[in-house]
Design a protein around this ligand. Structure first.
Ligand code: UDP
Ligand code: MG
Length: 308
């Protein structure tokens, strides 16, 4: 029998845990030939997530949990699940039932056909806010144009990966891990399936605007140094600009005794002040990444677990 590991990060998901376990169990009851385990990664939840996971684990042998010492973030939680999973393939999905478990057989089927990575593309359901749609589309657009990985609009963390892929991802020692990009980047044979995201079963989204922006920066800077080139190009461009201005200055100097231009002077100073700060900021983001990577701290700390 082949074994499938399901990895589910959970941050304050107390109301969703039994429901998702039940839904996954139902799917596997209808599939023959597969064993499964569900690895819940409790990412420092402050509600009863841990208690519920321990109860579920007592009741159902397929339920495993990894409890973090504090909140380390969604990406690191998924990475931890991948580190401990030992199935022939691993499926990662959210713990709020937005990623429909009923699609699991489809993912497995494509895997059986020989694909190493079967990932999903989220099509929007009507209930997702206009703002979230637009910001998300903009993010993927920006990411694809600024980096060297081509990520489709609506790429999600609901995907199946063969054990050979997991082996490669496990070895990545990145401190700011961005799995959507990394999984695309590793190559192998990939297949994508669209799906309509369901509504959250219970609770509320853990990604507010601030977190989404940070996530976007992480994604872009994890896969490209193009923003740095952008800074250099801008520099060249603006250093050529004064050449156009010099003839005017000379002309005015000869014909008038005084050159006016207070307003344009202030504009220029403010504008270039801004450009320089942005470029410094970009440099800073990369420096911060180097700093984090240098310290080489673990990307998550396990407090307790029932899996080896
Ligand atoms: N999550 C996590 N750690 C965090 C934030 C989120 O493990 O710091 C989990 C969360 O429990 C859920 C998944 O990541 O299973 C996706 O989060 P959410 O549903 O809040 O994101 P959204 O679907 O709104 O983008
Ligand atoms: Mg969600």
């Amino acid at each position: 029998m082949k074994k499938i590991s399901i990895v589910i990060p959970a941050y304050n998901e107390e109301e969703n845990l039994s429901q998702i376990r039940l839904a996954v169990d139902k799917v596997f009851k209808s599939l023959s030939g597969y064993n499964y385990e569900i690895i819940f990664v409790n990412d420092g939840s402050r509600d009863n997530t841990q208690l519920i996971l321990e109860d579920l684990a007592k009741e159902f042998s397929q339920v495993k949990f990894i409890e973090f010492s504090r909140n380390f973030g969604h990406q690191n939680a998924v990475k931890a699940g991948l580190d401990f999973a030992d199935g022939n393939c691993v499926i990662s999905m959210d713990g709020d039932l937005q990623h429909p478990p009923e699609m699991i057989p489809q993912l497995i089927q494509k895997w059986e056909e020989g694909f190493d990575i079967v990932y999903t593309i989220r099509k929007y359901s009507k209930s997702i806010s206009y703002f979230k749609r637009k910001t998300s589309d903009f993010f993927y657009h920006l990411l694809s144009s600024l980096s060297d990985v081509e990520l489709e609009k609506g790429s999600s963390d609901f995907r199946l990966m063969d054990a050979s892929v997991i082996e490669v991802i496990r070895q990545s020692g990145e401190s700011d891990i961005f799995l959507r990009g990394l999984v695309k980047w590793v190559g192998f044979r990939q297949y994508s399936i669209p799906f309509i995201a369901a509504d959250r079963f219970a609770g509320s989204s853990k990604y507010d605007l601030g977190r989404m922006i940070k996530f976007a920066f992480t994604g872009i800077t994890a896969f490209s140094v193009k923003p740095l080139y952008l800074a250099a190009y801008l520099g060249f461009f603006f250093s050529l600009l004064p050449l156009l201005y010099i003839p005017y200055v000379i002309y005015s100097f000869i014909n008038e005794s005084e050159i006016s231009g207070w307003a344009s002077l202030i504009m220029t100073v403010v504008f270039f002040g801004g450009v320089q700060l942005i470029i410094l900021g970009i440099l800073g983001i990369y420096m911060g990444k180097i700093f984090k990577q240098m310290k080489d701290r673990p990307i998550y700390i396990v407090r307790s677990k029932n899996i080896n």
